[in-house]
Design a protein around this ligand. Structure first.
Ligand code: FAD
Length: 380
């Protein structure tokens, strides 16, 4: 069997690893447009719960990755200069490039060396492939080869964001909300190494326009964000890596496969970064696809529909939570009218998945503080 994988991001590399782990003789070819050491963005975060799936399926990869992760247990919300701790949630983070390097090593151990610097523009050269896996992210050429077959629907959120790093570590996953001369801004920041943190700056579209960001160079825009978040950065600087302002895409596909082509990860769906689950979904998609191929003896006619049937409900549930979270962020400037404790409570409730009872269980310190202020709603 010959499998072509387009894209060597987390999904593509992990697909190569799992396919070769299961079928050592299968012909697996991976094509990546960028060099091996290139990437966008900085660190990515996983909830501890999210890493459990990896342990169950692939303890070797789990142990390899978690050995290099930063870990912490709290979320901190900073609003009107007050820091409120939401205890007990539990996260781990790793630099995106570091994660890719570890997966590259795993792929190499399985005998797969991706062809780097090799952009695929059409799928014509792969007529002899039995299976083509589109692991090529949002601008997927595999999806573009048959947009109507996949039933693609693509839109964008309204807010603007830019993904930087800060040259300092933070204690926990922190959401800093600031009121500046240029308007209301948010930064999502957390450490991914001993010396650096992801630092994503977000604001609504009207604020972004009024602040004149559309006329600024990447460098001037970075300097401007350093000024807005001077107190949060506390002497550290922001580092850019293609840190252009973007609007978060919302991608949905009516069909997950078309003929012998199948989509995984960001080529298939997007999941707003505010719940930090896009990479987890990408890895889980691959686990589900390979499991389905195994259960159906590599018979694509059964395996691809079974992959979609099994996986779609799980993905849709998480993406719906991500959409609710993204909608909360779209209105964060308005929510900032709330007092810091009510604001922190609104933040943790934003996906609609955490009942008061569950919150009491996972964040006893935070709920006790809310209760002592008479701010804890009754259990449903
Ligand atoms: C601001 C921000 C913060 C995020 N934070 C988190 C987080 O904390 N935790 C988390 O889990 N997720 C996070 N994500 C989401 C995460 O980055 C993605 O979900 C994840 O990278 C998806 O992996 P992928 O392999 O499917 O796609 P990608 O990572 O996009 O990889 C696709 C690969 O395909 C290659 N490619 C594309 N087209 C071609 C072509 N034509 N030919 C050859 N190669 C091609 C690309 O170069 C790329 O290497 C965040 C995303 C954003 C935007």
């Amino acid at each position: 069997m010959k499998v072509v994988i387009v894209g060597a991001g987390p999904a593509g590399l992990y697909a190569a690893v799992l396919l070769r782990r299961k079928w050592p003789d299968i012909d697996v070819q991976v094509f990546e447009q960028n060099p091996a050491d290139a990437t966008f963005g900085f660190g990515v975060v996983f909830s501890h719960e999210a890493l459990a799936f990896l342990y169950e399926d692939d303890p070797d990869t789990h142990d390899l990755i978690t050995g290099h992760m930063q870990r912490w247990h709290d979320i901190e919300i900073v609003h009107r200069g007050q820091k409120i701790t939401i205890d007990g949630v539990g996260f781990s983070a790793i630099g995106r490039l570091h994660l890719l390097q570890l997966l590259q090593q795993r792929a190499l151990d399985m005998g797969v060396l991706p062809k780097y610097g090799c952009r695929i523009d059409t799928l014509e050269a792969f007529d002899d492939a039995d299976l083509i896996i589109g692991a090529d992210g949002l601008s997927s050429v595999v999806r573009a080869s048959d947009r109507s077959g996949f039933g693609e629907s693509l839109g964008t959120m309204s807010n603007r964001f830019a993904w930087f790093a800060a040259s300092r570590p933070y204690d926990a996953l922190t959401q800093s909300f600031v009121e500046s001369d240029l308007g209301r801004f948010n930064a999502h920041h957390y450490r991914y190494s001993d010396t650096a943190s992801t630092f994503i700056v977000e604001c609504d579209n009207a604020t972004w326009q009024a602040a004149g960001f559309d006329g600024l160079s990447e460098d001037d825009s970075r300097t401007c964000c350093e000024k807005i978040f001077a107190e949060t950065l506390d002497g550290a600087g922001l580092i850019g890596n293609k840190s252009l302002w973007r609007q978060f895409p919302r991608l949905h596909n009516a069909n997950w496969f078309s003929g012998n082509k199948v989509l995984v990860g960001d080529a298939l769906h997007t999941c707003h970064f505010s719940i930090g689950s896009g990479t987890r979904l990408a890895l889980e998609d691959v686990i589900a696809l390979v499991r389905s191929l195994d259960e159906h003896g590599l018979g694509l006619a059964q395996a691809l529909p079974a992959y979609e049937r099994a996986r779609r409900p799980v993905v849709e549930k998480l993406v719906a939570a991500a959409d609710r979270s993204a909608s909360w962020y779209e209105g964060f400037a308005g929510h900032m009218d709330l007092d810091p404790w009510l604001f922190a409570h609104a933040y943790i409730q934003r996906t609609g998945r955490i009942s008061t009872e569950r919150l009491e269980r996972i964040a006893p310190g935070f709920t006790a503080s809310l209760a002592s202020r008479g701010l804890l709603p009754q259990s449903d």
